[in-house]
Design a protein around this ligand. Sequence first.
Ligand SMILES: [Zn+2]
Length: 308
Amino acid sequence: MSNKYVYSFVMLAVITVILAGITGIYRNNTKEEKKAAQENITVITSFYPMYIAADNLLQGVDGVTLQNLSEPQTGCLHDFQLTPEDMKLLSTADVFVINGSGAETFIADVIKQYPKLKVIDATKNFENLSSHIDEETAMHAWMDPYLYGLEIKNISDGLKGVLKEQETELTGNEKTYLSQIKKLQNRVKSLRQTLKGRDVILFSEAYLGFADTLGLNNVYLMDLDEERQVSSGEVAKVMNAIEESKDVFVLAEDPYGKDLGTTVKKERDVEVLYIDTLTRGDYNRHRYVEGMQANLDLIKELIERETH
Ligand SMILES: [Zn+2]
């Protein structure tokens, strides 16, 4: 081989290597981009308690954007109307986490509009639970730490179905969060021993599960979960229910139950506890655990006041 041929051969080899290298880099880049695009999943939650649950489950899970549909001060979604902006936000979602059991009255419209949207129903299969749960209780399931634990499990299972590669992280987060909820469940269990069968009056249907899990006997429910006028007839009925029950106390919501709570406390000398419905607050993932702890503290303090 002449020098000239050797030179050409070497040059060709060099060019081939460079080209192969460039193609390789290019291939890797597109692969990375594709992977990133695939992993960038948008999870939207319907309202505050679902956001807090999902936020705990998604800690440190890469490639997920978590957003809440409603404002964090919205409260329950009973009368919530979807705006065009809400629908627009939902069009960006891969996953929509809901409480289910009728809490999101608009869900049928969303499914109709976005039939491919993956919906995670936190109260899925609640109708099959051994202890019968009525729909009003399931609608506010997070107010019972036992049912909330099941909601976390349902949400976690749903997320694992979508984020298959992050299953380990999700399982770890689920365990961590459930261990915190377990402590609340244990407190409920111990309070129930003292409270079992005791009469209670509820000023919001959001407390049905809370009262039930504490073993309380709900003798009267007046739903004051929004700003409204209370008629004198309604006040009379509550007064009557107080008189007919034994060692009764009231669970009310601040602010909606405050006026009536003040009235019954003054006129019937009955204990009124203002229980947090945990539907409003900052986007702080400890909000549920801290809020439920505070609720259970109120119950514990009531027992202590009575026994001292
Ligand atoms: Zn509600």
